[in-house]
Design a protein around this ligand. Sequence first.
Ligand SMILES: Cc1cc2nc3c(=O)[nH]c(=O)nc-3n(C[C@H](O)[C@H](O)[C@H](O)COP(=O)(O)O)c2cc1C
Length: 206
Amino acid sequence: MKIKLSILLAAILAGNLLAQSIQLPPPQKTGGMPLMEALAKRSTSRAFATNELSSQQISSLLWAAFGINRPDGKRTAPSARNFQETDIYVLLKSGAYVYSAVSNKLDLAVAEDIRVLGGTQAFVKDAPVTLVFVADLAKTGGNNEGSRNTANIDVGYISQNVYLFCASEGLATGARGSVDRPALGQKLKLRPDQLIVIAQSVGYPK
Ligand SMILES: Cc1cc2nc3c(=O)[nH]c(=O)nc-3n(C[C@H](O)[C@H](O)[C@H](O)COP(=O)(O)O)c2cc1C
């Protein structure tokens, strides 16, 4: 019996099937809204419909956020000294995954719906996708003030890419510093030198 790949992916993303690794479809790198119109529409949302995003939308979202856009492995967002220290954890109904930009995959980190830990505000649980930007300070010279400053700045660019992608696609999004970092960090099994910078939910407007 043949099952269409898109149906299988939808079942995994909806939490009806567990996968150690989700191979995403290639991101859509063309089209979208003119930049000036996307800037005119960019805003923070604090209300999300519970509808799932498709694997295509998630792939394009993550590529826009911090995907590889050149043959030398550089990304859609800059990073100080090209450290590329930001890992994007993707909280979905089916579990928490880490985005691999190189292989365009989601690798399972926690086989549980922990979206509620993506922020302290009530609307957070409704969003189908919450991105958690985690800086691996082992790549930037250790957990010191300079490294943390670099990590915070680098995440700013990624977050704005997400804002502009969402504006272009008619999706709702909001960056969030209000996160219980110890609780989320423990659940994601982060090391002490992995810093949760901010979270950012994405979904359809409510
Ligand atoms: C670093 C950062 C942290 C933020 N933290 C939160 C937050 O915890 N909760 C929230 O509702 N909004 C948060 N926001 C969104 C801001 O409140 C929002 O960007 C600001 O009010 C301006 O609104 P706008 O994005 O629609 O222009 C955060 C934004 C940034 C850049």
